[in-house]
Design a protein around this ligand. Structure first.
Ligand SMILES: NC(=O)c1ccc[n+]([C@@H]2O[C@H](COP(=O)([O-])OP(=O)(O)OC[C@H]3O[C@@H](n4cnc5c(N)ncnc54)[C@H](O)[C@@H]3O)[C@@H](O)[C@H]2O)c1
Length: 298
């Protein structure tokens, strides 16, 4: 089969001045996409700003014969996110692909976490992702009847010590993206979700001896597939790192059903309620209601 290509398509990659975003941007450009390289250029904790990170990646793309333009806006600002989309429209005239990747970390136990640590992480990841999608929506959904979005979550959405802010933001991105996937599909806008594992400046102290094998380039194939026109999935979460790609899903156990179920029934049946055998993968509230209706009839 032919290689995946993105000729005549315009891609936006947020936070593309470093790490994973840089890898996604370089790949898409190498396969024919015109790329907006967005990056605010701050520290891992989100302090400061600089134009050099985004500009360097644009220079790399152009030096390799590709087409790219920089954007230095903050995706956590409504106007900033709109300005990223405006840069794409003014420079290249379309937005086919949106890779929401920008992110910061402010790890601390909840006891020590300040309001600012909590809010800033939620704002960059969850609110920034939603602002970028909101600004892209009139183009993808209304004008083009076409779009491919991939939003970046994390294994921290399973819950991680010292990351209440980040886990909340990343789990929020999953719910947001799954709902957006359902709304977009009738206008051929697909939204999927990436949970990466890679050695970047954000994780260099966190991954231990495995780090040397966790190249960002080994995560990018998930982005490449999910933003391609031939992508067949929608609202799915893919975990990727070190050359492995897997699926993450939310399951619901059948649990127990009793007439007049009581607090004591929960206590006495906790093992059966927790038992994952015969779980279902719920992709909408309707999936769980279907399971409930079977139980109610039984
Ligand atoms: N590296 C991993 O193993 C890993 C694991 C799980 C999730 N992630 C997620 O992947 C994404 C990329 O992370 P990375 O590891 O490449 O980190 P990174 O720090 O190398 O890159 C993140 C980039 O986002 C930019 N950025 C931050 N705030 C921004 C804002 N408000 N507007 C625009 N740009 C902004 C930064 O300047 C930086 O260049 C993040 O969303 C991160 O949470 C990474």
């Amino acid at each position: 089969m032919a290689d995946l290509r993105y000729d005549d398509q315009v891609a936006i990659v947020t936070g593309a001045g470093n790490g994973l975003g840089r890898s996604h941007a370089l790949f898409l450009a190498s396969r024919g996409a015109k790329v907006i390289v967005n990056d605010l250029g701050g520290s891992v904790a989100g302090a400061g700003s600089s134009e050099s990170a985004a500009q360097k990646v644009v220079d790399e793309i152009v030096a390799a014969g590709g087409s790219a333009a920089p954007n230095f806006n903050d995706v956590a600002s409504f106007e900033g996110a709109q300005a990223v989309i405006d840069t794409a429209m003014e420079t290249f005239g379309r937005v086919d692909i949106l890779v929401n990747n920008a992110g910061i970390l402010r790890d601390k136990s909840f006891k020590k976490m300040s309001k600012e640590d909590f809010d800033s992480v939620i704002n960059v990841h969850l609110i920034g992702t939603s602002y970028m999608c909101k600004a892209a929506w009139p183009i993808m959904y209304d004008q083009q009847n076409y779009g491919r979005i991939i939003n970046t979550t994390s294994a921290a959405s399973f819950g991680n010590y010292g990351q209440t802010n980040y886990s909340a933001a990343k789990a929020g991105i999953v719910g947001f993206s799954k709902a957006l996937a359902q709304e977009g599909i009738k206008h051929n806008v697909r939204t999927n979700i990436l949970a990466p594992i890679a050695r970047t400046r954000m994780t260099e102290d966190l991954l231990g001896p495995m780090a040397k094998e966790l190249h960002p380039e080994l995560v990018t194939p998930v982005v490449a597939y999910c933003v391609h026109k031939d992508c067949t999935v929608n609202g799915e979460i893919f975990s990727a790192g070190g050359g492995r790609i897997g699926r993450i899903f939310w399951g619901v156990t059948p649990g127990v059903k009793m007439a007049d179920i009581s607090a004591e029934d929960m206590r006495d049946n906790i093992d059966a309620i927790m038992d994952p055998a015969e779980y279902i993968i719920a992709n909408s509230p309707a999936d769980e209601l279907k399971m409930l209706s079977v139980k109610l009839k039984a």
